[in-house]
Design a protein around this ligand. Structure first.
Ligand SMILES: Nc1nc2c(c(=O)[nH]1)N=C([C@H](O)[C@H](O)COP(=O)(O)OP(=O)(O)OP(=O)(O)O)CN2
Length: 169
C-alpha cells in the first residue's frame, strides 16, 4: 500500500520583515507600514520502504533562502494595475492615484505580483518553490501548500498539486 505523508514546516525563522501597502482599488490604499510575515509550508509526498519521504532539510533551506531574499525591503507589486513605477537615478518613483512616492532602489524590491497581500505573497513563494524544485519529480511530490501570515490569526495560502495527486486523495 502506498504510504503518503505531509511534511509540515513552520520554523520561527521562516519569516521576512517587510514594508508594504495593500491596494484596495484605483483610489484606495493603506499607508506604508510593515509586518513580520511568517511563512509555513506543507509538502505531501510518498513514504519509501526506508520509512522516509525525503530529507526535509531541502525544503527548509529553500524556504529560509526565499524569506531572506525578501527580508528588510519595501515590497512593491509591479503587476498592480493601479501603480506605475519609473526609475530615476537611485530611486523608484511609484505613482498611485495621482501621487508619486520616491523610494530608494536599494531599499525596494519590485515583485511580479498584483498586490502585497498574504495571498499574493504565498503564491509568489509557492511558484519559487515549485519552479526551482527538481525534487518534485525525484520525490514524487503530490502537493505543496505555502501559507503566509501578516500577523497572529490571519494568513493566506496557495496550493500546487501534481498531475498524479488524484492517486492519493
Ligand atoms: N485579503 C487580504 N486583505 C487584507 C490584507 C491581505 O493581505 N489580504 N492585508 C491587509 C493589511 O496589510 C493589514 O496590514 C493587515 O490587516 P489588518 O486587518 O489591519 O490587521 P493587523 O495586522 O493590523 O492586525 P489587527 O490586530 O487586526 O489590527 C488588510 N487586508
Amino acid at each position: 500500500m502506498n504510504r503518503v505523508t505531509t511534511i509540515e514546516l513552520s520554523k520561527e525563522y521562516m519569516k521576512f520583515s517587510a514594508a508594504h501597502f495593500t491596494i484596495f482599488s484605483a483610489v484606495e490604499r493603506e499607508r506604508l507600514h510593515g509586518h513580520n510575515f511568517q511563512v509555513s509550508a506543507e509538502i505531501t509526498l510518498p513514504v519509501g520502504s526506508n520509512g522516509m519521504c525525503c530529507n526535509y532539510r531541502v525544503y527548509k533551506q529553500k524556504l529560509d533562502g526565499l524569506c531572506r531574499e525578501l527580508d528588510e525591503y519595501l515590497l512593491i507589486p509591479a503587476r498592480s494595475p493601479h501603480l506605475t513605477v519609473r526609475e530615476e537615478g537611485d530611486y523608484y518613483w511609484v505613482r498611485f492615484n495621482g501621487e508619486e512616492m520616491p523610494f530608494l532602489k536599494a531599499d525596494t524590491q519590485l515583485l511580479p505580483i498584483c498586490n502585497t497581500t498574504v495571498e499574493d505573497f504565498s503564491n509568489f513563494l509557492l511558484q519559487k518553490l515549485v519552479g526551482s524544485s527538481e525534487e518534485l519529480q525525484e520525490y514524487g511530490v503530490y502537493q505543496i501548500v505555502v501559507r503566509v501570515s501578516s500577523g497572529p490569526g490571519q494568513s493566506g495560502s496557495s496550493q500546487w498539486r501534481s498531475g498524479s495527486a488524484e492517486s492519493w486523495t
